[in-house]
Design a protein around this ligand. Sequence first.
Ligand code: 5GP
Length: 130
Amino acid sequence: MATIFTKIVNGEIPSYKIAEDDKFYAFLDINPLAKGHTLVIPKKEVDYIFDLDEQTYIGLQAFARKIAIALKKTIPCKKVGVAVLGLEVPHAHIHLIPMQSEQDINFANPKKKFSPAEFEEIVKLVKSEL
Ligand code: 5GP
């Protein structure tokens, strides 16, 4: 059965898409820890990130780097933090989280709420630097 992220890639489930190429896809986390919290995934459906073939793994990191650079330019933050958990969705993904402090990357924190219009505005901002 397809993962929820494959359904997002295929457009069966909507997402706030930041960027896409033939192999990778980036979109806003629906329950963000911070404004601009983005997930970067390979289109290839592999659960554990370190099970990706080396070329896909390196490509994913390079794709995430581009998004992180755009996030840093557009979302006020000290740095963009990077995390990999994969405990909830069995489809490899990198979390990019704009941080003001280390507290912003604590996954036990309550999640931030944004309206659809606010999510769309974040997408527009970040895409303007891609
Ligand atoms: P993890 O697997 O890394 O522990 O967490 C999965 C992440 O995916 C969570 O931060 C969660 O908010 C996010 N997530 C789960 N389902 C969806 C979804 O349908 N859409 C989006 N945009 N994010 C999701």
